[in-house]
Design a protein around this ligand. Structure first.
Ligand code: BTN
Length: 251
C-alpha cells in the first residue's frame, strides 16, 4: 500500500506501507539499488521479522506495537568524514518529538534514544553509500518502542511504559518525519555547529563520571565528540581519549 504525507516538502511523499517485512533497511537498500526509491521515500512496516540493530545485533519489535521504518536521503553535500552530522540530525529530531511528551529523554552516543533512568526506547541504524568522495545514499532506519510493554532485555522501555498510556504510532510517525525533514533542511543550509551544540546539551552522561570498558574497565567523563563524531572521554589520570563506535562500551 502507498501512503503520502501532507505538510512536508520532500520526505514521506512516497511511503511503502507494508504489513510485514524482513528489515526495512534491507528492503530499502534493495529498492535503492534497483532504482525504485527516490530521496524522501520511506519504507514502513507493522511487523519487522528480521530487524537489524547496530554492532550486528538483532532489533526485536512486537508486531503492531511500535515504529519500524527506514527513509532514504541523498546528502551529496556531506563528505564521508562529515557523516556523523546525519546521526546528529536524526537523534535530535527524535528528541524534538519525544521531549514534547516525556521527561529526561537523552541521546546516548552515537544515536540511541534513552530515558535518563529507565533505559533505551529507540535506536537508529544509518547505512551510507559513498561515491565520488561524497555520500550518495543514506538509509536511515529508526526503531522506536511505542506501545510494547514487555521486553526480553533489561533497561529497555517504551513511550507506553514511561507515560502509562497508549499512543497512536502513525501520529508519532508523522511528527517524526516532519521533525527530521526540518532538521535535515537546516543542516543543508549550514547549521551543523548549532545542531552539534544541541546534541551535546542533550547527550546522556555528558560531563559526568561513569564506568566504561575499552579492553579494560575505567572511570571517565564524556567531554564531547570530535569533528568525525568520535566520543571524547577524560579518564581519572587526566588523559583525553577518543573512541570510534565499536571501541568503547558503556558500563
Ligand atoms: C540499534 O541497534 O539501536 C539500532 C536499531 C535500528 C532498528 C531499526 S527498525 C527499522 C530499521 N530496519 C532495521 O532492520 N533496523 C532499523
Amino acid at each position: 500500500m502507498h501512503k503520502i504525507l501532507a505538510n512536508t516538502v520532500f520526505l514521506g511523499k512516497d511511503i511503502h506501507y507494508l504489513t510485514e517485512c524482513h528489515s526495512t533497511n534491507d528492503l530499502a537498500a534493495e529498492m535503492v539499488k534497483s532504482g525504485k526509491l527516490a530521496e524522501g521515500s520511506i519504507i514502513y512496516t507493522e511487523n519487522q521479522t528480521n530487524g537489524r540493530g547496530q554492532r550486528g545485533n538483532a532489533w526485536w519489535s512486537e508486531p503492531g506495537k511500535n515504529l519500524t521504518f527506514s527513509l532514504i536521503l541523498q546528502p551529496h553535500f556531506l563528505i564521508p568524514s562529515e557523516q556523523f552530522q546525519l546521526n546528529v540530525v536524526i537523534s535530535l529530531a527524535v528528541l524534538d518529538v519525544l521531549s514534547t511528551y516525556l521527561l529526561d529523554i537523552k541521546v546516548k552516543w552515537p544515536n540511541d534514544i534513552v530515558q535518563n533512568s529507565d533505559g533505551k526506547l529507540g535506536g537508529v541504524l544509518i547505512e551510507n553509500t559513498i561515491r565520488h568522495a561524497s555520500i550518495e545514499y543514506s538509509i536511515v532506519g529508526i526503531g522506536l518502542n511505542i506501545n510494547q510493554r514487555e521486553f526480553k532485555f533489561p533497561r529497555t522501555t517504551s513511550m507506553g511504559l514511561l507515560s502509562g498510556q497508549d499512543w497512536d504510532c502513525w501520529e508519532i510517525f508523522k511528527l517524526l518525519v516532519r521533525a527530521i525533514e526540518k532538521r535535515y533542511i537546516e543542516l543543508k543550509k549550514g547549521n551543523a555547529n548549532t545542531q552539534k551544540k544541541t546534541y551535546l546539551a542533550n547527550l546522556f552522561r555528558m560531563e559526568a563520571w561513569h564506568s566504561y570498558h575499552d579492553g579494560v574497565s575505567f572511570e571517565g567523563k564524556i567531554t564531547g565528540i570530535n569533528p568525525e563524531g568520535k566520543l571524547m572521554i577524560l579518564d581519572r589520570e587526566g588523559t583525553f581519549k577518543e573512541y570510534g563506535f565499536k571501541e568503547i562500551r558503556f558500563l
